[in-house]
Design a protein around this ligand. Sequence first.
Ligand code: FE2
Length: 169
Amino acid sequence: MALDTQTIYTSALQNTHALEMQALQIMERQVERLQHYPEMEAALRRHITETHGQRDRLEAALSARSATPSAVKEGFLGFVGNMMALGHTPAQDEILKNTYANHAFENFEIAAYTSLLAIAEAAGDNAHLSGFQLSLREEQGMAQKVAELLRPTTLRYLELSNAGEKADR
Ligand SMILES: [Fe+2]
């Protein structure tokens, strides 16, 4: 069965929208629990705000095509869901698992937006390209921030653990 570019584009917008909704859920859950990692908390809060804008851009592009966000895209989110389940189980090293998962998640989003931009261009949706380019830059910024925080977060985890303090989140 042939799929035309316009159909593929609508589906890509819906997939990316589902991804952002998942991102919000994950980050909001994490940020409420963080106690000992203020830099990570600040990065997450900033990115939650950015993600609201990203979701709005996707919804604007969907409604311009008279399309709506789809119900949960199980297949698409399956991989992400598995990856994020890493961080769901309360564990002594919860902060480390969450940081690895966030690193993976942001890079997944970079891939999703890079691909979405190619499809949007092919579909001729010039009106929304600059918005998605901004979303891509925001994902790149957050991916870089999480990468930068990997080492200091790990060192703080060691320090707290060695001092017999709660270090998990
Ligand atoms: Fe993101």
